[in-house]
Design a protein around this ligand. Structure first.
Ligand code: ADP
Length: 429
């Protein structure tokens, strides 16, 4: 029999006993009252003991009781014990987590709602020169780089920011903030000095090789021109060899020029001037039409007179590449439309053709260096595979982005979106 039934059973027996005793003595009501009083006092005493035990945190031995109260004590005791076990497990887990994040080679800092430091790991203290006592301090008082403060303030943490380490400026850090919970943020910083060094080596190597190739190429080209001039056309094999050699040296020259331009775009400081885009486009279109044997298939729509802050020479390279591609990858009789227009957020240059188009799978790879789409074309189209990489770099230097929409067999549209904030007035500049 369970404790609750036992309790009820005892009460029932007592009631029967009182009823019999009451019938014999004629004092049933008085006896019943006494019984109720006894039961109530007993329960109040038990409640009081229970409350005292709970107040003391339920620690120590279980108070001695019987019946239903013994059960209640036992259940509470069991609950407390399992909660204690859970707490212990949780705190072990937290300790392990702390130890592992403490051992991370990357710096980790937990930031509170007001940018205050809640927690740091060992790497963060080493890399940023933070101390344990800096807990609670606002991070911008300790990491004072303007680009970091700007990044922290924007609240747009999709990208990362590159900073030198405050303790050793030979170390380059990539800092990223990851928001979590309600208003909390995790700041992660990774030492990318080695990657940067490799990148620098790659850039230097490409720049040096391209530069060194220039002189022999010029000499070769010069001699080939002389040989072609001297050629008396007696040997068709010799003549075609000279022509092929000339074609290949020209291709190589383009390649070297494109590589040098890419290196310059990656390394050179940005210069700013107010670029008259409409007249730049007019010039580019005129040159394009001349190269296209004056077929007149380029249509230029200047829908805004807006100029932008940027680098004219670089913009010229990018726009020329886009127009050159449109001419190269479309039929000689198909039209090309160039538009310069604006919406509320951007100034847009679009180059649209009705040429061979590009498959969906190839579009994301177009701006990779040396990527060329392999298509069976009736005539081989020469190119370096660097044109769109140059476009991408030029646009990046102008905070602009490239959008490519294309359909195989129907044509392509390359659009460059410049932020409206770049708009400028040529007279003021
Ligand atoms: P390339 O020197 O080969 O033209 P780009 O980087 O300019 O190098 O272009 C990469 C590839 O993208 C090209 O080889 C071509 O296959 C494709 N492409 C670029 N522009 C167009 C276009 N307007 N229409 C179709 N394909 C294009």
């Amino acid at each position: 029999m369970n404790a609750w039934n036992k309790e009820l059973f005892t009460l029932l027996w007592l009631l029967i006993a009182i009823t019999i005793l009451g019938a014999l003595t004629g004092h049933f009501i008085a006896l019943l009252f006494l019984l109720m009083l006894f039961v109530i006092i007993k329960q109040i005493t038990q409640i009081n003991r229970f409350e005292k035990w709970m107040r003391s945190g339920g620690r120590g031995k279980l108070p001695k009781t019987t019946g239903i109260w013994e059960e209640i004590y036992y259940h509470v005791y069991r609950l407390r014990k399992s909660e204690k076990r859970r707490k212990k497990k949780l705190s072990t887990m937290i300790d392990q987590l702390r130890q592992s994040t403490e051992a991370l080679p990357d710096a980790a800092i937990v930031l509170g709602i007001n940018d205050e430091i809640d927690w740091t790991n060992k790497a963060a203290r080493n890399i940023f020169g933070l101390l344990q006592v800096d807990k609670g301090q606002r991070i911008q008082n300790l990491i004072r780089y303007p680009e970091f403060i700007r990044y922290l303030k924007t609240g747009n943490y999709k990208e990362s920011v590159i900073l030198p380490s405050p303790t050793d400026n030979r170390v380059t850090l990539e800092v990223r903030i990851i928001p979590y919970g309600t208003g909390l943020r995790l700041l992660l910083a990774q030492d990318i000095s080695q990657i940067k060094k490799m990148e620098r080596m790659r850039k230097d190597f490409v720049a040096n090789v391209s530069h060194e190739l220039r002189t022999p190429l010029t000499v070769l080209k010069g001699y080939l021109e002389t040989l072609l001039d001297m050629d008396d056309q007696h040997s068709p094999l010799l003549t075609s060899s000279f022509i092929q050699m000339q074609g290949q040296t020209e291709r190589m020259e383009h390649l070297v020029d494109d590589l040098l331009l890419l290196t310059r775009l990656e390394t050179q400081q940005k210069k700013t001037e107010c670029v008259d885009v409409p007249s730049l486009l007019e010039k580019i279109c005129e040159e394009g039409d001349n190269l296209d044997n004056g077929l007149g298939r380029i249509k230029l729509n200047i829908e805004t007179g807006a100029n932008i802050i940027g680098e004219e020479q670089d913009l010229r390279s990018a726009f020329t590449n886009l127009l050159g591609n449109a001419l190269k990858y479309s039929q000689v009789d198909s039209p090309i439309t160039i538009r310069w227009y604006q919406n509320t957020k951007s100034l847009i240059l679009s180059v649209e053709d009705q040429g061979e188009g590009i498959s969906k799978n190839d579009i994301p790879r177009l701006t990779e260096r040396f990527f060329r789409v392999e298509t069976k074309r009736p005539k081989k189209i020469s190119g370096t595979g660097l044109g769109l990489a140059i476009v991408k770099h030029v646009l990046m230097r102008h905070d602009a982005r490239l959008n490519i929409s294309s359909e195989l067999g129907k044509g392509s549209c390359f659009s460059c979106y410049f932020p409206i904030e770049r708009i400028c007035n040529k007279q003021e500049a």
